[in-house]
Design a protein around this ligand. Structure first.
Ligand code: 5GP
Length: 110
């Protein structure tokens, strides 16, 4: 059974795909916490960071983040967050990084 994010990629579930290459794709979060809130998702269905294989295309997530931040005009900065597991509040079991920006962000997170 494909994950929620894979179903968005295939077009089965609606979602605005803002970036795509052979390794990753990116969609706008349905419940944004900042003016820019984009999820960067590897096309390979990895559950989360704690089950990341030793080898793979993970660098593609960081490269996509840099490119999307430029695309979104986030010249004053942005944040990249990966929630893993229950304590971090991960709700979708398909690895994804949140690219958040467009306003000043507080630290530490809640
Ligand atoms: P997590 O809590 O797992 O780190 O992040 C999952 C994110 O997916 C949440 O920020 C949530 O708003 C977003 N999300 C959940 N369902 C959908 C959906 O159907 N479409 C989009 N675009 N985002 C979703």
């Amino acid at each position: 059974m494909p994950t929620l994010f894979s179903r968005i990629l295939s077009g089965e579930i609606p979602g605005e795909i803002v970036f795509e290459n052979e390794k990753v794709f990116a969609i706008r979060d349905i419940n944004p916490v900042a003016p820019t809130h984009i999820l960067i998702i590897p096309k390979t269905e990895i559950v989360g960071l704690s089950s990341l294989p030793a080898e793979g295309d993970h660098l593609a997530i960081l490269n996509a983040a840099k490119e999307i931040a430029e695309q979104e005009g986030l010249t004053d900065g942005f944040r990249l967050v990966i929630n893993d597991g229950a304590d971090a509040g991960q709700t979708v079991p398909h690895l994804h990084a949140h690219l958040i920006g467009g306003r000043a962000l507080g630290w530490p997170p809640g």
